[in-house]
Design a protein around this ligand. Sequence first.
Ligand code: UD1
Ligand code: CA
Length: 447
Amino acid sequence: MGLKIIILAAGQGTRMKSDLPKVLHPLGGLPMIGHVVRVAFALEPAQVCVVLPPEDQRITSTLKQLFPQQPLTFATQDKPLGTGHAVQSALHVLDDISGDDILILCGDTPVLDTQTLAFMIQEKAQAHDEAPWLYSMNVSHDNAYGRIKVDHEGRGLGIVEAACTTEEERNITLCNTGVMLVPGYLLKSFLMQMKPSASGEFYLTDLISFCAHQDQKAHILIGPQENFCGINTRVELAQAENHLQTRWRTHMMEAGVTLMDPASVYFSYDTIIGKDSVIYPHVYFGTQVILGERVTIRPFSMLMGATLDSDTRVGPCAHLRPGAHLKEGARVGNFVEVKNTVMEAGAHADHLTYLGDSHLGKNAAIGAGTITCNYNGFKKFPTHIGAEAFIGSNTTLVAPVKIGDGAIVAAGSVVTHDVAPDALVFARAKQTQLQGYGKKFKEKAKT
Ligand code: UD1
Ligand code: CA
């Protein structure tokens, strides 16, 4: 018996009040649905099918880009006629599911974690009956989740959607997470007979009462609410982000990273940090950031697409952009921006600098206020700064330009031509001093 996974993402998501499809709203740098698909593939299923609305290609193209190597299939639900109808659409593209277990996930429930789902799959494999398995959560306050009715043994009798509850049913705290695992043949027979609700929607949740009538009352697992929160609104989007960030912060600290003020550090889903690194408060990690061991990131820094080898140091208030690569012991200080630039071991730019499309040799020292002028308004050009070179403060390096190994550029220079190794270059106006003229000028100005 194989595992196939259906991810529902064809709903309209109107409650987000957005032009962007709901499931493409990002969390920790990854579109909401990307989180669900990642978890799905971690379970090593035979097939994953995402159910999408017609015409809008944005979700398909995003997912193809994110998961180019994976066996992802797409089904179209012509009209958003409900979650049951959405599952039916998936059967048109999946290979016959009769002999498989089908895991159904919602594209708007992205805080899932693999272990929790693997646990359900394992429990089903060990069960003595063929009944479906459903993840529930206890939600105490007034909420929009479906309420689960159970018998005296805690087995599922049915789900009542929030909009259809009586006052008494509204007080049920056991809620549907939307995650269920159903034998394919049972799912097929449910879909063949399902009827629309009063609102005209075909509810997948009716599967639970259908199975109860077949003497296959669902097994109900209870999971932590934060792993299953569904996102219908921007408020819930922010809550889900918060749950993910909390999870990642905990993982980082458990892996040996010091976070001085965890709540003020923002990670992306793919952030990698080596042990004994120290992250000061208020640091933002965009996607594709890799840090080695013993890296220090001082406050108010923003990093994305950057690689920092071990023993490097960044910030405070630094901006590392895609292609920034600091090799061992390199340093970047306050108000320094680095883009598409390799800094070899020990190279450092400690203050007020822009380094773009550059290569800095070993131990190159960049003075305060140095700017690589890499862009002429049309094209980008490279700057090479040799090993052990010293760039004086307030230097403008007009690319393309090369500074040889060991060269010194005097402060305040505008460098437009290559500098030879070990040369000392002045590229600034000569200082002229007119003795006593300051005083004379003032006296004249007074009259
Ligand atoms: C659904 C469940 C509810 C559960 C909650 C958990 C149903 C009827 N209700 O409610 O019991 O507590 O999730 O978060 O299943 N979708 C489609 N096609 C459709 C309608 C929806 O693909 O025609 C997709 C949506 O894109 C979404 C998911 O199914 O990813 C759930 O739909 P949504 O409308 O958000 O259902 P809820 O009201 O949240
Ligand atoms: Ca929902």
